[in-house]
Design a binder for this molecule. Structure first.
Ligand code: CTP
Ligand code: CA
Length: 250
Protein backbone atom coordinates (compact mmCIF):
# COMPACT_ATOMS: atom_id res chain seq x y z
CA UNK A 1 0.00 0.00 0.00
CA UNK A 2 0.97 3.66 -0.22
CA UNK A 3 2.25 3.81 3.34
CA UNK A 4 4.55 0.81 2.84
CA UNK A 5 6.15 2.68 -0.09
CA UNK A 6 7.47 5.36 2.22
CA UNK A 7 8.66 3.75 5.41
CA UNK A 8 9.79 6.31 7.94
CA UNK A 9 10.24 6.85 11.64
CA UNK A 10 6.44 6.94 12.14
CA UNK A 11 5.66 3.98 9.89
CA UNK A 12 2.79 1.98 11.38
CA UNK A 13 1.87 4.80 13.76
CA UNK A 14 -1.37 6.78 13.82
CA UNK A 15 -1.09 10.49 14.51
CA UNK A 16 -4.11 12.69 15.19
CA UNK A 17 -3.59 16.37 14.41
CA UNK A 18 -6.09 19.15 15.11
CA UNK A 19 -5.75 22.35 13.10
CA UNK A 20 -7.36 25.69 12.37
CA UNK A 21 -9.60 27.86 14.48
CA UNK A 22 -12.97 26.98 15.91
CA UNK A 23 -16.00 29.17 15.20
CA UNK A 24 -18.69 29.69 17.79
CA UNK A 25 -22.05 30.62 16.24
CA UNK A 26 -24.13 33.60 17.33
CA UNK A 27 -26.80 33.07 14.69
CA UNK A 28 -26.94 31.38 11.25
CA UNK A 29 -24.71 34.06 9.68
CA UNK A 30 -22.39 35.21 12.51
CA UNK A 31 -19.77 33.62 14.70
CA UNK A 32 -16.95 34.37 17.12
CA UNK A 33 -13.71 33.21 15.56
CA UNK A 34 -9.96 33.64 15.70
CA UNK A 35 -7.06 34.29 13.35
CA UNK A 36 -5.67 30.77 13.16
CA UNK A 37 -4.83 29.93 9.53
CA UNK A 38 -4.38 26.19 10.05
CA UNK A 39 -0.95 26.36 8.39
CA UNK A 40 1.00 24.96 11.33
CA UNK A 41 -1.42 22.06 11.78
CA UNK A 42 -1.37 21.30 8.05
CA UNK A 43 2.45 21.38 8.03
CA UNK A 44 2.51 18.97 10.99
CA UNK A 45 0.12 16.62 9.21
CA UNK A 46 2.31 16.65 6.08
CA UNK A 47 5.45 16.06 8.13
CA UNK A 48 3.77 13.12 9.90
CA UNK A 49 2.63 11.69 6.54
CA UNK A 50 6.19 12.08 5.20
CA UNK A 51 7.45 10.21 8.26
CA UNK A 52 5.14 7.32 7.31
CA UNK A 53 2.28 7.86 9.76
CA UNK A 54 -1.41 7.40 9.18
CA UNK A 55 -2.84 10.86 9.95
CA UNK A 56 -6.25 11.64 11.38
CA UNK A 57 -6.71 15.34 10.64
CA UNK A 58 -9.38 17.21 12.53
CA UNK A 59 -9.86 20.55 10.82
CA UNK A 60 -11.66 23.54 12.26
CA UNK A 61 -11.78 26.63 10.03
CA UNK A 62 -8.63 26.92 7.87
CA UNK A 63 -7.46 29.50 5.32
CA UNK A 64 -5.87 26.74 3.24
CA UNK A 65 -7.03 23.33 2.03
CA UNK A 66 -6.49 20.29 4.25
CA UNK A 67 -3.43 18.26 3.18
CA UNK A 68 -3.99 15.35 0.80
CA UNK A 69 -3.71 11.85 2.14
CA UNK A 70 -5.15 12.41 5.60
CA UNK A 71 -8.24 10.89 7.19
CA UNK A 72 -10.21 14.15 7.36
CA UNK A 73 -12.85 15.22 9.86
CA UNK A 74 -14.24 18.74 9.58
CA UNK A 75 -15.55 20.55 12.62
CA UNK A 76 -16.85 24.03 13.34
CA UNK A 77 -17.14 24.60 17.09
CA UNK A 78 -15.01 23.73 20.11
CA UNK A 79 -17.65 21.24 21.25
CA UNK A 80 -17.54 19.51 17.85
CA UNK A 81 -13.75 19.47 17.99
CA UNK A 82 -13.93 17.93 21.45
CA UNK A 83 -16.13 15.06 20.22
CA UNK A 84 -13.90 14.46 17.21
CA UNK A 85 -10.73 14.41 19.37
CA UNK A 86 -12.17 12.01 21.90
CA UNK A 87 -13.35 9.75 19.05
CA UNK A 88 -9.96 9.84 17.29
CA UNK A 89 -7.65 9.55 20.31
CA UNK A 90 -8.28 5.86 21.03
CA UNK A 91 -6.16 4.01 18.49
CA UNK A 92 -3.84 6.98 17.98
CA UNK A 93 -0.21 6.79 19.08
CA UNK A 94 0.13 10.56 19.10
CA UNK A 95 -2.29 13.46 19.57
CA UNK A 96 -1.11 16.90 18.45
CA UNK A 97 -3.40 19.77 19.46
CA UNK A 98 -2.44 22.52 17.01
CA UNK A 99 -5.99 23.89 16.73
CA UNK A 100 -6.85 27.29 18.16
CA UNK A 101 -9.80 26.37 20.34
CA UNK A 102 -12.15 29.18 21.37
CA UNK A 103 -11.90 29.58 25.12
CA UNK A 104 -15.49 30.81 25.29
CA UNK A 105 -18.71 30.38 23.34
CA UNK A 106 -21.93 32.42 23.41
CA UNK A 107 -24.21 30.84 26.01
CA UNK A 108 -27.05 30.64 23.48
CA UNK A 109 -27.31 31.00 19.76
CA UNK A 110 -30.24 32.11 17.72
CA UNK A 111 -31.68 29.85 15.00
CA UNK A 112 -32.70 32.95 13.12
CA UNK A 113 -30.67 36.01 12.19
CA UNK A 114 -30.39 38.51 15.03
CA UNK A 115 -32.06 41.74 13.87
CA UNK A 116 -31.64 45.29 15.07
CA UNK A 117 -34.52 46.20 17.35
CA UNK A 118 -36.79 49.22 17.13
CA UNK A 119 -36.86 49.80 20.91
CA UNK A 120 -33.29 51.12 20.97
CA UNK A 121 -31.85 48.19 23.00
CA UNK A 122 -28.91 46.23 21.69
CA UNK A 123 -28.10 42.58 22.29
CA UNK A 124 -25.61 41.54 24.96
CA UNK A 125 -23.53 38.42 24.36
CA UNK A 126 -22.89 36.26 27.42
CA UNK A 127 -19.93 33.90 27.11
CA UNK A 128 -19.44 30.53 28.76
CA UNK A 129 -16.17 28.61 29.08
CA UNK A 130 -15.43 25.83 26.62
CA UNK A 131 -13.94 22.60 27.96
CA UNK A 132 -10.16 22.26 27.83
CA UNK A 133 -9.91 19.49 25.23
CA UNK A 134 -6.17 18.96 25.63
CA UNK A 135 -6.40 18.62 29.42
CA UNK A 136 -9.36 16.24 28.99
CA UNK A 137 -7.40 14.10 26.53
CA UNK A 138 -4.53 13.86 29.03
CA UNK A 139 -6.96 12.95 31.84
CA UNK A 140 -8.59 10.23 29.74
CA UNK A 141 -5.21 8.79 28.80
CA UNK A 142 -3.95 8.85 32.36
CA UNK A 143 -7.19 7.30 33.66
CA UNK A 144 -6.89 4.53 31.04
CA UNK A 145 -3.23 3.80 31.78
CA UNK A 146 -3.73 4.21 35.53
CA UNK A 147 -0.72 6.49 35.70
CA UNK A 148 0.52 9.93 34.89
CA UNK A 149 3.40 8.54 32.88
CA UNK A 150 3.16 8.27 29.12
CA UNK A 151 3.37 4.85 27.57
CA UNK A 152 2.86 2.78 30.69
CA UNK A 153 1.63 -0.74 30.25
CA UNK A 154 -2.15 -1.02 30.38
CA UNK A 155 -4.63 0.44 27.92
CA UNK A 156 -2.46 0.95 24.86
CA UNK A 157 -5.30 2.37 22.77
CA UNK A 158 -4.85 5.89 24.22
CA UNK A 159 -2.07 8.06 22.74
CA UNK A 160 1.33 7.52 24.32
CA UNK A 161 2.30 11.04 23.39
CA UNK A 162 0.08 14.12 23.72
CA UNK A 163 1.45 17.37 22.34
CA UNK A 164 0.05 20.81 23.12
CA UNK A 165 0.68 24.22 21.64
CA UNK A 166 0.85 27.53 23.42
CA UNK A 167 0.79 31.01 21.97
CA UNK A 168 2.16 33.43 24.52
CA UNK A 169 3.21 37.07 24.49
CA UNK A 170 4.68 37.51 27.97
CA UNK A 171 3.77 40.60 29.98
CA UNK A 172 4.74 42.46 33.13
CA UNK A 173 4.11 39.41 35.31
CA UNK A 174 6.05 36.68 33.54
CA UNK A 175 8.01 36.06 30.35
CA UNK A 176 7.03 33.77 27.50
CA UNK A 177 9.01 30.82 28.88
CA UNK A 178 7.47 31.12 32.36
CA UNK A 179 3.98 31.13 30.90
CA UNK A 180 4.89 28.13 28.73
CA UNK A 181 6.16 26.13 31.69
CA UNK A 182 3.06 27.00 33.72
CA UNK A 183 0.84 25.91 30.84
CA UNK A 184 2.72 22.63 30.38
CA UNK A 185 2.22 21.85 34.06
CA UNK A 186 -1.46 22.84 33.97
CA UNK A 187 -2.27 20.77 30.87
CA UNK A 188 -0.18 17.76 31.85
CA UNK A 189 0.80 17.02 28.25
CA UNK A 190 4.09 15.31 27.25
CA UNK A 191 5.41 18.10 25.06
CA UNK A 192 4.42 21.74 24.71
CA UNK A 193 5.26 23.69 21.57
CA UNK A 194 5.65 27.28 22.64
CA UNK A 195 5.01 29.98 20.04
CA UNK A 196 5.93 33.61 20.50
CA UNK A 197 2.92 35.71 19.52
CA UNK A 198 3.33 39.31 18.51
CA UNK A 199 1.16 41.57 16.43
CA UNK A 200 2.12 40.19 13.01
CA UNK A 201 4.11 37.21 14.28
CA UNK A 202 2.92 33.62 13.82
CA UNK A 203 -0.74 34.01 12.86
CA UNK A 204 -1.08 33.50 9.12
CA UNK A 205 2.68 33.76 8.65
CA UNK A 206 4.75 31.11 6.92
CA UNK A 207 7.70 31.49 9.26
CA UNK A 208 7.71 30.79 12.95
CA UNK A 209 9.87 30.28 16.05
CA UNK A 210 9.02 27.57 18.55
CA UNK A 211 10.49 26.30 21.79
CA UNK A 212 9.90 22.69 22.85
CA UNK A 213 9.09 22.27 26.53
CA UNK A 214 9.08 18.88 28.23
CA UNK A 215 7.93 17.95 31.74
CA UNK A 216 11.36 16.31 32.17
CA UNK A 217 13.12 19.68 31.83
CA UNK A 218 14.75 20.98 34.98
CA UNK A 219 14.74 24.65 35.95
CA UNK A 220 18.09 25.21 34.23
CA UNK A 221 17.43 23.20 31.06
CA UNK A 222 17.82 25.34 27.95
CA UNK A 223 14.95 24.01 25.84
CA UNK A 224 15.50 23.52 22.09
CA UNK A 225 14.26 26.40 19.92
CA UNK A 226 13.65 26.10 16.18
CA UNK A 227 13.19 28.96 13.74
CA UNK A 228 12.14 28.55 10.15
CA UNK A 229 9.22 27.96 7.87
CA UNK A 230 6.23 26.22 9.39
CA UNK A 231 7.23 23.24 7.22
CA UNK A 232 10.77 23.13 8.68
CA UNK A 233 9.49 23.59 12.21
CA UNK A 234 6.88 20.84 11.69
CA UNK A 235 9.62 18.43 10.54
CA UNK A 236 11.65 19.15 13.68
CA UNK A 237 8.61 18.64 15.89
CA UNK A 238 7.75 15.35 14.15
CA UNK A 239 11.38 14.19 14.52
CA UNK A 240 11.16 14.90 18.24
CA UNK A 241 7.80 13.08 18.44
CA UNK A 242 9.31 10.01 16.73
CA UNK A 243 12.26 10.11 19.12
CA UNK A 244 9.98 10.36 22.17
CA UNK A 245 7.81 7.47 20.90
CA UNK A 246 10.90 5.29 20.73
CA UNK A 247 11.75 6.02 24.35
CA UNK A 248 8.22 5.50 25.73
CA UNK A 249 7.49 2.40 23.62
CA UNK A 250 10.17 -0.24 24.03
N1 CTP B 1 -6.78 23.93 24.03
C1 CTP B 1 -7.77 22.97 24.16
N2 CTP B 1 -9.01 23.33 24.58
C2 CTP B 1 -9.29 24.60 24.91
C3 CTP B 1 -8.28 25.60 24.80
C4 CTP B 1 -7.03 25.22 24.35
O1 CTP B 1 -7.50 21.79 23.87
N3 CTP B 1 -10.51 24.92 25.32
C5 CTP B 1 -5.43 23.50 23.62
C6 CTP B 1 -4.90 24.15 22.36
O2 CTP B 1 -5.21 23.39 21.21
C7 CTP B 1 -3.41 24.16 22.62
C8 CTP B 1 -3.30 24.29 24.13
O3 CTP B 1 -4.57 23.86 24.65
O4 CTP B 1 -2.78 22.96 22.25
C9 CTP B 1 -3.00 25.65 24.65
O5 CTP B 1 -3.92 26.58 24.15
P1 CTP B 1 -3.91 28.04 24.76
O6 CTP B 1 -5.02 28.84 24.18
O7 CTP B 1 -2.52 28.56 24.68
O8 CTP B 1 -4.20 27.67 26.32
P2 CTP B 1 -5.34 28.08 27.30
O9 CTP B 1 -5.38 27.01 28.34
O10 CTP B 1 -6.61 28.37 26.60
O11 CTP B 1 -4.76 29.37 28.00
P3 CTP B 1 -4.94 30.95 27.66
O12 CTP B 1 -5.82 31.46 28.76
O13 CTP B 1 -3.54 31.47 27.71
O14 CTP B 1 -5.57 31.09 26.30
CA1 CA C 1 -6.86 29.85 24.87
Amino acid sequence: DAEADRPGPLHGKTVTVTAGGTREPLDPVRFLGNRSSGKQGAALARAALDAGAHVRFIAAHMDIPAPEGVELTRVETALELREAVHAAAPGSDVLIMAAAVADFRPDTHSDTKIKKRDDGTDPVITLVRNPDILAEAVQRRDAATGSGAAGDAGDTSQPSLIVGFAAETGDGNADVLDYGRQKLARKGCDLLILNRVGTSLVFGQDSTEVTLLSPQDSADTVPPTFTGSKTDVARRIVARVAQELETVLP
